[in-house]
Design a protein around this ligand. Structure first.
Ligand code: GLU
Length: 421
């Protein structure tokens, strides 16, 4: 991230302040929520395959637990910073609150490039990180999950390491695990499915048929690739996709199933047969109906926003749109389904996974999907109503729905002082 771009933490705080002002909440609410309750910074040694020891830096930010234990993913990325992790943990607090989960917000990160590590090194790194943060996490304390460049295998190692330390199988300490280790059916697809549901609801509200709608997607990882398939399944046309190494564009539509196979064998969507190369900036400003940023933060800047042609932006990634871009998009009348709503499907099914771990009773996939559908549709409607009633954009509306819940919980817990005084 360059210095001229707003940093994520300022963005997260800016969004909080705007929503708190609009709801006329006491100042203490903002003071509490603009800081994480705890941030852990760890360094830990990892033995590399050649026998050398490398020391890695990791973080875990526990933003707020008024509504329940801290919850949120762990990312492995070379550009992870403490500030970014704090901002992401703040977004988790609002995400869990907007969909009504009994969780607070947390996030973790390790500064590393997992693409350069062997499987053995990745396993030792994952275990080392969990040993370092073990005193601060637990099934009723703080429950990590996957995020950028982490996956079910990594969750399995982490759960195993934590369980060894505790001397019992603590399946509920982490979500996004493989199915054979207490994972939930439907978790893998959950972020994309939740995003798809919010797009479908928004398209319905705008009278835009999904059939034939032109879709552009930035990022073709777990969220981007599955949302592409779900939309194509409804007759939408995925016309452009970019990933970190390349891009593919075809105005007649790309086949997301073939594209996923192609990426699995070549490592990128770039060079896909019958497609033209396209870069991120071109994709974000492409003539399309639905734009899905499904990569990293700060992708849609003010300058890009002024060129956006889509009618709907669904933020599958966390924090892809800057505050400046938000203002521009609102003026242009582009409907932005904010990250804390659009990508909440992942943590929602993480919650279902944790419930299944805690009860020892496992649900069929239809039950998971049906409950996810209910949660997402309800959260979408509450946010959409707030947006209409208050005349604010969807992001502000989502923050307001979330903040009302957080305020109520903090007030009842007595965090805001005694009312009778
Ligand atoms: N990393 C995902 C997110 O940002 C999922 C978090 C979780 O399942 O706890 O929402």
């Amino acid at each position: 991230m360059s210095h001229s771009e707003p940093n994520c933490l300022d963005m997260a705080r800016g969004q909080l302040l705007k929503a708190a002002e609009k709801l006329a909440l006491p100042q203490e609410v903002c003071e509490i929520l603009s800081q994480p309750m705890r941030v852990v910074r760890v360094s830990f040694p990892v033995e590399m395959d050649d026998g050398r020891i490398r020391v890695f830096i990791g973080y875990r930010s526990q933003h707020n637990n008024a509504l329940g234990p801290f919850k949120g993913g762990i990312r492995f990325h070379p550009q992870v910073t403490m500030e970014e992790v704090i901002a992401l943990s703040m977004w988790m607090t609002f995400k869990c609150a907007v969909v009504g989960l009994p969780y607070g917000g947390g996030k973790g990160g390790v500064v590393c490039d997992p693409r350069e590590l062997s499987p053995g090194e990745l396993e030792r790194l994952s275990r080392g990180y969990i040993r370092a943060i073990a005193p601060f996490i637990g099934p009723h304390k703080d429950i990590p999950a996957p995020d950028v460049y982490t996956n079910p295998q990594i969750m399995a190692w982490m759960m195993d390491e934590f369980s060894r330390l505790k001397g019992y199988n603590a399946f509920g300490v982490i979500t996004g695990k493989p199915l054979s280790l207490g994972g939930s059916l439907g978790r893998k697809e959950a972020t994309a499915r939740g995003c798809f549901i919010t797009i479908r609801e928004m398209a319905k509200a705008l009278g835009l048929p999904l059939k034939g709608a032109r879709v552009a997607i930035q990022g073709f990882g777990n969220a981007g690739s599955i949302v592409a398939k779900l939309l194509a399944g409804e007759g939408a046309s995925v016309i452009a996709v970019v990933d970190s190494k390349g891009g593919a564009y075809n105005p007649e539509g790309l086949d997301p199933w073939k594209l996923a196979e192609y990426k699995a064998s070549t490592g990128t969507v770039g060079g896909f047969p019958h497609s033209k190369a396209i870069d991120s900036q071109q994709l974000l400003t492409l003539d399309c109906d639905i734009l899905i940023p499904a990569a990293l933060e700060n992708q849609i800047t003010g300058v890009i926003a002024s060129e956006v042609k889509a009618r709907i932006i669904a933020e599958a990634a966390n924090g892809p749109t800057t505050l400046e871009a938000d203002r521009v998009l609102q003026q242009k009348g582009v409907k932005v389904i904010p990250d804390i709503l659009a990508n909440a499907g992942g943590v929602t099914v993480s919650y279902f996974e944790w419930v299944q771990n805690n009860t020892g009773h496992y649900w069929p996939e239809e039950e998971v999907n049906c409950r996810l559908e209910q949660v997402m549709v309800r959260a979408f409607r509450e946010t959409y109503e707030m947006h209409l009633e208050q005349g604010v954009d969807m992001r502000m509306a989502a923050y307001m729905v979330a903040l009302r819940r957080l305020y109520e919980a903090m007030r009842l817990r007595g965090w805001l002082g005694t009312e009778e005084r």
